[in-house]
Each structure stands twice: as structure tokens, then as C-alpha cells.
Design a binder for this molecule. Structure first.
Ligand SMILES: [Zn+2]
Length: 109
């Protein structure tokens, strides 16, 4: 992804309307490109302020840099979380099958 494409996706990223593949590429580029990261920072800051004004909440001392970094990390760990969920699901299925197997054996024998 080049800088022009990346910067054209900033708004969609903040609205979380990118496809997972676009999202991955976007994050990879932004993490390695100070120029785009800076651009994203500005958008994120404006976005946060605007949504604060919209909701009429008291203006808090938000650390924009920190909240953006957290947002990028969250987006990056999304895939891993899906993998863990799948693993837990599979383990549960296998456990249930084993229990059913022993129940049936218990009934038969
Ligand atoms: Zn760039």
C-alpha cells in the first residue's frame, strides 16, 4: 500500500468500515510510515473531539497518542483473538464428543 492509498483510507479506518484485508494492510503501512501515522493522528484527534462535542460530554484530558496506539494494537490482535476463540470452541466440541462417547459406552456395556 502506498501513502496516497493509505491516507485515502484513514477515514474508513476510523469508522471501522475497512475490509479485514484492507485493515491489515493499512495498519502495517501506518506502523512503518511516520508520515501516514502523523496524518492518522490528526484525523483521530479531530474525530475524538468531534464525537465528544456531539455527545455533549465534558472534555476530558484524553491522551490522543495513547488512545490511537491502543486502537492500532486492538486492531492488530483481532485475528489472534479469533484463533483463540476457535481453539476454545474446538476443545469444547471434542470434550462434549468424548463425554457422549463414554455415556454411550456406559449404556451399552
Ligand atoms: Zn505512508
Amino acid at each position: 500500500m502506498d501513502c496516497m492509498k493509505c491516507q485515502s483510507l484513514i477515514e474508513s479506518f476510523l469508522k471501522q468500515s475497512l475490509t479485514p484485508a484492507e485493515n491489515d494492510e493499512f495498519i502495517r503501512h501506518v506502523k512503518g510510515c511516520p508520515e501516514c501515522y502523523g496524518e492518522l493522528e490528526v484525523y483521530h484527534m479531530v474525530n475524538t473531539v468531534v464525537s465528544q462535542l456531539d455527545s455533549g460530554e465534558e472534555e476530558e484530558d484524553i491522551d490522543y497518542k495513547d488512545s490511537l496506539a491502543r486502537m492500532l494494537n486492538r486492531a492488530g490482535t483481532h485475528k489472534r483473538r479469533i484463533r483463540v476463540a476457535k481453539y476454545i470452541f474446538m476443545t469444547a466440541i471434542v470434550t462434549i464428543l468424548i463425554i457422549i462417547y463414554f455415556l454411550i459406552r456406559g449404556i451399552v456395556f
